[in-house]
Structures are given as C-alpha cells and as structure tokens.
Ligand binder design. Structure first.
Ligand code: 5AD
Ligand code: FES
Length: 366
C-alpha cells in the first residue's frame, strides 16, 4: 500500500471514529505532501460544517490590564519586561467598553488580563455581576490561575466561560517556559473550572522552541480527554523583550494542521481563528476559519490601551478601534460565505447537557 493511501486511511478513520492514536496524529502533522494537506484541510472544513454548521461566533475581546505577576519566557507581559508601560482599566471604563461591543453585535465578551494581583475574585465577581445586570451578553473570563473558591465566586457572579490555555502538555517544556509556575496546578485549574460549572477552554501555542510533534499530538489527546468546550490554538511569536527573542516563530501551515486535526478528532469544539494566526500571516484567520475554526475574537479594547497589551509584537488591529474590528470581522465572515451567529454561542457540549437536564433524556444536539 502506498504512503498516500495510508494517509487517507488515517484521515478516514479520524472522520468516522473521531479518534486517532498518538502515532497517527503525528503522521498527519508530519506530512509535507500538498495533496494530503489539502485533504486534511478539506476534511476539517467538512467536519466543521457537519457538526457545528456555518455560523461563526463573534466574541468581543477586552484586555482590561497588562499587569502580570508571572514571568513566562515567551510573553511580552512578563513581569521582567520593564520596558512595557502598564495599564489597568477602571470598572467604569470596562462597563462602557462592554456596552460598545454589545451595541456592535457581540453576544459574548471575553475579559482578558495578565495575572494581575489587583484582580481579586471579589472584584472580578462584582464586575461580572454589574455587566450581567446591565448588558445582555455571555461572559468569558481569561485572567489566569486562581483557587477553586475564587473560580466558584466568579461563576456564581454569572460568568459563563473561562479560558486558560495549558500552553503545552509536555511537562519538561512547560517547566522550562514557566519558571515560577506549577504544571500540576495548571491542569488542576482546568478541573476546578469544570467543577465550578464553567464552559472551559484550554489550548496551546504551536512552534514553541523545543516543542515536538509528539507533544502536540499529546496536547490534542489531552484536550479530547478533558472534554473541553473550547480550544485556542495559535502560533508562538517571539517577543523582542523576552528570553525567547531569538527563537523562530511557529508556522501558519503547522498551526492550521493542528486546528484541522483537532476539529476532526473533537468535532463539537469551539475553535477560534486566533489573532496570533492573523499576525504571522496576512489572511491567516480566514485560513483558520476554512480549516475547522468557528469562532473569532475581534479586539474591543479601547485604542489607547491595545498597543500596550503586547503579548507578542506587531499584533494585527493594534491601531484600530472596537468599531473597526467588529465590523471588519463581520465582513470577513460574510466573504467566506458563512454567517455571524446571533445567539450567545454556548458550547455544543454545554447545550447538550442543558437539554439533557431540561428534557430528562439524552438530546441529539451533537
Ligand atoms: N506568542 C504567541 N502567543 C502568546 N501568548 C503569550 N505570549 C505569546 C507569544 N509570544 C498567548 C498564550 C497565552 C495567551 C494569553 O497569549 O497562549 O495563554
Ligand atoms: Fe503573565 Fe505568563 S507572563 S501569565
């Protein structure tokens, strides 16, 4: 049997069984054959269409603080980056920004920050409660690690989802990249978030220095095992003011391959076309939406702050306004022949469990 038909067999198995071994995932990620890569992307696009439809969920991203107590080797917000001018938005500024994003059509607001010690769970809970009282939006938080009790307080205040990328499941690599963090705690946070009742997103960077194909395969298997609602997959981009300044960036092709095989193996997942993909290559987000992604997170941060939220350099949209970004992604979605989702965009897994509770039986949502 030729290598080419072997590849087809693996793809076929992935499509039918939604499961592959570590070795099979590696074989898919390693291919350089343009016909096979095309098949992979087309299969992922078909799976996306079949399982989660043509709707793209638009989430307005508000970066509320660039203070961070951590020192991740790749991140421009790391505390050792003394060149970065730091900012914090006030509650009033945040609420006003949420209103603007909602008026422009965002049904979900993603509130993101560095790990800012001033963002105590009680302040976050107060903010979430106020937003929920005043604006009809779903809320995703992406604020880093907290205790189980903190997560429960945020959930009780009304937050719907939480994004905490695990970055890499390779313990050695994780430890090298996060000198002041604990691998076990990161994974525990994902468990605590699930127990608190959040829809949970994890995710990885592709192309981290020292990352292997095998460890990316493990990341995908981990994300399946965790029964996540969302997965953020973006390329690593070196930041000049970090110890990884001289490292090579992740590639568009490998990032798209990871998105595609993730869609095929975990078909119901919410997968964003990340800003980082759009930053490494013009049109990268459109490519991601054609390879399995079904979410986009336009930047809704006020213009004066967004330049300062420099997790990596040359981020797209750094000079745009919330209006520009939200209108721009709507045009992008339509130009791809897709629709902007009008509901809150809860995960399919979440909707299924809600329907099960409501109907007292298994509902066939997904
Ligand atoms: N390149 C790409 N992504 C990065 N992130 C942080 N630094 C970088 C970088 N240099 C991502 C991480 C983090 C998210 C907020 O931003 O995945 O979880
Ligand atoms: Fe802020 Fe990593 S540098 S969490």
């Amino acid at each position: 049997m030729s290598a080419h038909s072997e590849f087809q067999k693996i793809l076929y198995k992935a499509e039918v069984e939604n499961s592959l071994s570590r070795g099979e995932i590696c074989a898919v990620l390693e291919t350089r054959n343009p016909v096979e890569i095309d098949n992979l992307f087309n299969t992922a696009d078909r799976m996306r269409q079949r399982w989660v439809g043509d709707e793209v969920h638009v989430r307005g991203l508000i970066e509320i603080s660039n203070h961070c107590r951590r020192d991740c080797l790749y991140c421009g917000l790391r505390k050792s980056n003394l060149k970065l001018e730091r900012y914090r938005m006030t509650d009033d500024e945040i609420i006003e920004t949420v209103r603007t994003a909602a008026s422009l059509g965002a049904r979900t607001i993603v509130i993101q920050s560095g790990e800012d010690p001033r963002l105590t769970s009680s302040r976050v809970a107060g903010l979430v409660g106020q937003i929920k009282d005043e604006v009809d939006v779903a809320i995703t938080l992406s604020l880093g690690e907290y205790s189980p009790g903190d997560f429960i307080a945020m959930k009780r205040a009304g937050a719907d989802r939480y994004l905490l990328k695990h970055e890499t499941i390779d313990r050695g690599l994780y430890n090298r990249l996060h000198p002041d963090m604990d691998y076990e705690n990161r994974i525990c946070c994902l468990e605590w978030l699930k127990e608190a009742g959040f829809q949970v997103g994890a995710g990885i960077m592709v192309g981290l220095p020292g990352q292997t194909i095998e460890s990316i395969a493990d990341d995908i298997l981990f994300m399946k095992f965790m029964e996540l609602d969302m997965a953020g997959i973006g390329p690593f981009i070196p930041h000049p003011e970090t110890p990884l300044c001289g490292a090579e960036a992740g590639t568009l092709e490998m990032t798209l391959k990871v998105i595609a095989i993730t869609r095929i193996i975990i078909p119901c997942l919410l997968i964003p076309a990340t800003t980082a993909i759009g930053t490494i290559e013009f049109g990268g987000r459109e490519c991601a939406l054609r390879c399995g992604a079904n979410v986009i997170m336009p930047n809704a941060t006020p213009q004066k702050y967004r330049k300062l939220y420099q997790i990596y350099p040359n981020r797209i949209c750094a000079d745009d306004s919330p209006e520009n970004c939200l209108i721009c992604v709507e045009g992008m979605i339509k130009s791809l022949g897709r629709n902007v989702a009008t509901d809150f965009g809860h995960s399919y897994q979440f909707k299924k469990s809600m329907a099960t509770i409501r109907d007292g039986k298994k509902a066939g949502v997904c």
